[in-house]
Design a binder for this molecule. Structure first.
Ligand code: ADP
Ligand code: MG
Length: 357
């Protein structure tokens, strides 16, 4: 995360295990004490949302480099708000040295000694994820942020902080807001707060599109149990402009024509992938595909027909999966999450949107 030390030369930063003193012009204006105070203020803002509500089900992840206490006592702060379901990850400790990886009903926060990437999904999702910037190397900050966004509930926050580094970093903010579709909720030199939009709502509002269903790459989505109707990129390119590659959800309806009858006239739930299909494409070829899996069992294929699609939410960025099994697992998760969202009050009414008339 060294790149995050923006505007301050590397000589200004003294590793905390030696001495937590920053040198240089900028840090004279902004002392360690000021930093800790401003971090505390930002954290209190994040926690304010949980004031006066039942905090029993609020689950928090705290990612830090090692077991050593950090300059802000996150656990103590959470506990003072009656938030006790806390999982800590110590990212730079060799798990072989430790016998107890996860402590069940202990008084102390539960601990996961290992990488964030290896955290089992059942341990989340979290309402808040705090990441100490020291736990991130420059090369992995985007991966960590992406991972954090995937395990944070809609409406929840990802907080990146450090008392001796400037974490407010333009490229990282750009990646978070554009590629991960996170909202920038708060920013100060030492804290970045991103939030996952409520109900995964697509930034800039819903998008409607209509396109012809064309032949795909013949990579056998159907054989994997998740056929995807590929929309003609030419038909929808204007409608998807500005959307990052990734997984979306919403509603879809097949249009019936005189020659092609495969339509029940109903609006169905759908998950959509916009992207370059990195799991399959090895040569980085830039072809974009817009693929819609309709959550319905059709009797026949419907190539050549037109489909209306209304996109309401964004789930996750496109990711590279090591095996087809892992990809399939993730697709099933995406379908499950989308189904739940579309059954909810906020998105279910869009099935009756006049767009489908
Ligand atoms: P391709 O690579 O040509 O897109 P797929 O294996 O992805 O092939 O199969 C997609 C085709 O399957 C669609 O074009 C459509 O005609 C058909 N199909 C059948 N059921 C569905 C469904 N529930 N969702 C999407 N497409 C479906
Ligand atoms: Mg397909």
């Amino acid at each position: 995360m060294n790149r995050l030390i923006r505007g301050i030369g590397s000589s200004c930063w003294v590793p905390r295990h030696r001495q937590t003193i920053c040198l240089g012009a900028r840090s004279r204006l902004y002392s360690h004490g000021d930093a800790v105070k401003s971090i505390d203020t930002s954290f209190q803002k994040v926690l304010h949302e949980y004031e006066g509500i039942n905090t029993q089900n609020v689950r928090v992840l705290n990612v830090q480099r090692g077991e050593k206490a950090t300059s802000v006592d996150i656990v103590g702060m959470l506990r003072s708000k009656n938030i006790n379901d806390i999982l800590s990850i110590y990212s730079k400790i060799d798990c072989k040295d430790l016998s107890n990886n996860t402590l069940g009903n202990d008084v102390e926060p539960r601990v996961w000694h290992g990488h964030l990437q290896s955290l089992p999904a059942y341990m989340g999702p979290f309402q808040m994820v705090f990441v100490h910037a020291d736990a991130m190397e420059e090369s992995e900050e985007k991966d960590i942020l992406r991972q954090c966004s995937l395990i944070t509930r809609p409406g929840g926050s990802v907080v990146i902080w450090s008392s001796c580094k400037v974490v407010c970093d333009e490229p990282l903010i750009e990646y978070a807001t554009h590629n991960l579709c996170l909202e920038l909720a708060d920013t100060s030199p030492n804290v970045l707060v991103f939030s996952v939009p409520d109900n995964f709502a697509l930034q800039g509002g819903i998008r409607c599109m209509e396109g012809e269903i064309v032949k795909g790459y013949g990579r056998g989505s159907k054989n994997l149990g998740v056929p995807t109707a590929n929309l003609s990129p030419v038909d929808v390119q204007g409608d998807i402009a500005g959307l990052p590659s990734g997984v979306y959800f919403g509603w879809a309806k097949l249009k019936t024509s005189e020659t092609q009858q495969e339509s029940d006239g109903l609006v169905h739930k759908m998950v959509m992938n916009i992207g370059k299909r990195p799991t399959f494409i090895k040569d980085n070829s830039p072809d974009i595909s817009i693929e819609v899996h309709v959550m319905h069992s059709f009797q026949q294929d419907f190539y050549g027909q037109r489909m209306k699609v209304l996109v309401v939410g964004y789930l996750r960025p496109e990711m590279k999966f090591d095996t087809i099994e892992i990809l399939l697992n993730r697709i099933q998760t995406d379908i499950g999450v989308s189904r739940t969202q579309l059954d909810g009050e906020v998105w279910s009414r869009y099935a009756e949107d006049p767009f489908f008339d």
